[in-house]
Design a protein around this ligand. Sequence first.
Ligand code: AKB
Length: 317
Amino acid sequence: MKRILVTGALGQIGTELVTRLREVYGADNVIATDIRKPEDNAVVNGGPFEILDVTDGKAMIEISKKYNVDTIMHLAALLSAVAEAKPQLAWNINMGGLVNALEAARELNCQFFTPSSIGAFGPSTPKNNTPQDTIQRPETMYGVTKVSGELLCDYYYKKFGVDTRGVRFPGLISYVAPPGGGTTDYAVDIYYEALKKGKYTSYIAKGTYMDMMYMPDAINAIIKLMEADASKLKHRNAFNITAMSFEPEQIAAEIKKHIPEFEMDYDVDPVRQGIAETWPDSIDPSAAMEEWGFKAEYDLAKMTEDMLEKLRAKGIK
Ligand code: AKB
């Protein structure tokens, strides 16, 4: 990777990924793009930035050519809860954007990354230690676009030789930019509310396990996979990766160790709960570990300590 175009660069992953890529590869070599251009933003001001609507394939190719990129990291997508509320829009953005990004990668002979998700699994998928290769019959629009995306990326590799790579992200927890419209967002919100109010009302029910990961591990995983020796990759576009699996009581208990007065109650959202119930309780990341050395550094305890420290340093209280 030498010259990298990132779509959805102002999102939860993009904000931290762009910053790290600019540290590693040089600020001028990372072209951040998003549909909006806010002022006073580190990603906008820290290197090249272009406004890009990913459903505009012509603009994507033009920007890729303008900067002569050799890598495309396509992050722009609607998350699970928003996608369920706006399924047609989700199809247009998630699939339309992906095809446009893959076409740009094909035309410019770029290496390509896009994330899949635990949302690519469904109720008939084995729920515990979900294998790398297994049944995928998701029942959400987000899941439909994620499975289709995995297949499309495999297709572009096999048919056109595009060096496509990707992971199935679990819920990502971070303190820099907020997630927008996911099912796992409760595991981010809880830290903000614990510091601001000392209490949190969970929209996910007691006993609902989902895989999660702290953002530094997610960013490391993307870079490591993109730098991995292609000859070692048997899978390419949908590596299961995870760092931990917990249910709401467990994250609340961990926060209580730092904020003893913290209390949590429940007001379950049927839509997000319904989505969570179709996802695995825990997935098996062994293919990623074997093929490109995936390893997560943060467990629930280490992440909680760091999240609270970083949010306090940001002035959240
Ligand atoms: C979501 O909840 O939609 C995302 C995901 C797991 O893909 N965080």
